[in-house]
Design a protein. Structure first.
Length: 310
């Protein structure tokens, strides 16, 4: 195939590192295609001053990419899987989920610490994620959690200016831009359950272009895709989004698919955790697992869910 395949991405440093990863993976597997990286400035990248909840949520990071895809300006849109809204445009599909990197959240501080418990009692911690914020309030009830947006380098620079005591970021993103040496602590799943798809990349294509779908699917990681499907279905069935303080994290070990989920109040004082396993490994079973845990959560914690989703 001599077709030129245009890969669209946000123009941030992390997004360019991610699309380069995709570019190299596709190039190594498919020698007879031509690839071009097309950076696109999104509304989410331009407006750093307002909270995401005030300007439309993380969907701002994919809106322009999705539009470029529909207008045939690009053929594949590359996203951080954790940024995807539960429902995509009906004329598009996800053709690949890449192998998951470290899915957990990392702490970087101005202080010499070995754990989050070593932070000052009244520490100020910055994050843009409602999920991380809620978990931090649960773990550190005396800390003050503030909103912080911007790319990774901007957030690190603001921390180094000593505007606050610590920041929490995705470990996978820090690794991809070679800033993981700054990490002082990585939260485990019992402390801060990850976001849907955190650590994976998602390749979105047009639903009517089977040729491009096949190209993108060459780098799909089956196990990661199964886990992502279960995680995503839970959030979709709960009618949640990236701005809801909730978590969904699946693992696949020894032919057992395990899904752990959480919803947590913004103050961190109320929460509901769920866990369920299945030994039937398929996308259909992953969807069933997500739906089942969503129903169980609503039945057991409906009042909490109404409070945090309204």
């Amino acid at each position: 195939m001599s077709r030129l395949v245009k890969i669209g991405t946000r123009s941030s440093k992390l997004a360019l590192a991610q699309v380069t990863e995709v570019y190299l993976s596709l190039s190594s597997l498919l020698k007879n295609i031509k690839l071009e990286i097309v950076p696109i400035k999104t509304s989410g990248d331009i407006n750093h001053s307002a909270k995401l909840s005030q300007i439309g949520g993380k969907g701002l990071f994919i809106k322009e990419l999705e539009q470029a895809l529909l207008e045939n300006k690009i053929d594949i849109a590359v996203h951080s899987s954790k940024d995807l809204p539960p429902i995509l445009h009906s004329q598009t599909t996800l053709s690949a989920i890449t192998e998951r990197n470290n899915p957990f959240d990392a702490l970087i501080s101005n202080h010499k610490i070995k754990s989050f418990t070593d932070l000052p009692k009244n520490a100020i911690i910055a994050t843009s994620s409602p999920r991380r914020s809620a978990f931090l309030k649960k773990l550190l009830p005396t800390a003050t959690i503030i909103d912080l947006r911007g790319n990774i380098d901007t957030r690190i620079a603001k921390l180094q200016q000593k505007n606050f005591d610590a920041i929490v970021l995705a470990m996978a993103g820090l690794t991809r831009i070679n800033q993981d040496h700054l990490v002082q602590y990585i939260f485990n799943e019992n402390q801060m359950l990850p976001s849907v798809g955190q650590g994976c990349l998602a390749l979105q294509t047009r639903i009517n272009d089977s040729e491009i779908q096949q190209i993108a699917n060459a780098i799909d990681h089956h196990q990661s895709n199964i886990c992502f499907t279960a995680e995503r279905e839970f959030v979709a069935s709960m009618q949640g989004d990236c701005l809801t303080p909730m978590a969904s994290f699946a693992t696949l070990n020894n032919n057992t698919l395990t899904l752990k989920t959480a919803i947590i109040s913004n103050c961190g004082l109320e929460y509901n955790f769920q866990q369920l396993n299945t030994n039937i490994i398929s996308h259909q079973e992953a969807i069933k697992l997500g739906k089942t845990l969503a129903l169980k959560t609503k039945n057991e914690a409906n009042s909490l869910w109404q409070k945090i989703s309204s």
